[in-house]
Design a protein around this ligand. Structure first.
Ligand code: HEM
Length: 283
């Protein structure tokens, strides 16, 4: 539900901001200074500068909010870490989009380093999220141990066996990842395995459905058995990827965080210089 709300709000805000200034953004750079739209949509215009301020504020709130939630246990009362991460991603993608509109798609000078580091942080965030969601977590948001994942996998096998009446050994043999029997050796191998398993999801589901049909499992039991099996399949692949992905995530953190800091330092300088030059927006 939260994902749906955030997606709708994202599209509505980003769409409205883009459409309102589109006539200006589409003008050739040399004509922009003569357009009456410049007073509104140029980087120092009422709307243009406002987009920069609102976008930057969103990024600051998105980063500090999520960091605070990770570090202060009492904030746990305001929702699970996963929801805070969703809000982090919402604010830290919408904010950069509004900053992009603030630049009017014109980059240059020292500030462009800030812009491109922001773009790299966003891209690195997308990659980090891919890795992060593939590391199984406990209810408190901490990473699960391999033993805990294995316990969950066998509990799920037991549940499926109980629901369908099929033996656990048969279920395990059909649900075991096909090509991915051994943990991948390196980080690239781990990423390749994750992508392969993502792409093989539908095929495995078809295989399992025909397995359930062969064992005369009723239609009513098929859907819950399939969803338990999907969960189990996800966990089995994640158990194989656990060590390389935890390592990859640590390396990723060591890049994402400093880049975010570079970006924030340059943005701070940019804001300071703008204020010195008298661009104080509506204030
Ligand atoms: C301007 C954009 C962004 C900035 C400045 C930013 C900054 C940060 C910072 C500073 C952290 C570390 C928080 C901490 O450990 O205290 C973080 C974590 C994270 N960010 Fe971003 N981020 C941005 C965009 C994104 C995007 C677009 C995504 C995903 C699509 C993303 C996904 C993540 C993930 C998965 C974590 C790690 C969560 C964890 O370790 O608990 N970020 N981000």
């Amino acid at each position: 539900m939260l994902t749906l709300v955030l997606t709708v709000v994202w599209l509505a805000v980003a769409g409205a901001a883009l459409v309102s200034g589109l006539d200006y953004y589409l003008l050739p750079i040399e004509e922009r200074g003569f357009s009456e739209l410049a007073a509104l949509f140029s980087p120092t215009g009422l709307v243009g500068q406002g987009l920069g301020i609102v976008g930057t504020t969103m990024i600051l709130v998105g980063v500090t909010g999520y960091s605070a939630r990770k570090r202060f246990a009492f904030l746990g009362r305001l929702g699970p870490l996963s929801a805070w991460l969703q809000v982090h991603i919402f604010l830290c993608t919408l904010g950069p989009f509004l900053v992009l509109l603030h630049t009017t798609f014109k980059f240059g000078g020292i500030v462009s380093i800030g812009f491109w580091s922001m773009a790299i942080v966003v891209a690195s965030g997308v990659f980090g999220r891919y890795v992060y969601v593939r590391i199984p977590k406990a209810l408190n948001g901490g990473f699960l141990s391999l033993a805990a994942i294995r316990d969950e996998v066998s509990e799920l096998s037991g549940n499926i066996a109980q629901q369908t009446g099929i033996g656990i050994a048969d279920i395990d043999s059909v649900l075991r990842p096909r090509r991915a029997a051994d943990p991948p050796s390196g980080l690239v191998g781990a990423l390749a395995m994750a992508l392969r398993e993502d792409l093989g999801h539908r095929r495995d589901r078809r295989r399992l459905r025909s397995f359930l049909k062969d064992h005369q499992v009723s239609k009513a039991l098929e859907a819950p058995a399939l969803s338990l099996a999907a969960e189990q399949r996800r966990l089995r692949v994640q158990a194989l990827l656990l060590q390389p992905f935890q390592r990859l995530f640590r390396y990723w953190h060591a890049v994402h965080l400093p880049l975010a800091l570079v970006m924030l330092v340059i943005v701070t300088l940019h804001v300071g210089v703008s204020i010195l030059f008298g661009y104080t927006w509506i204030f």
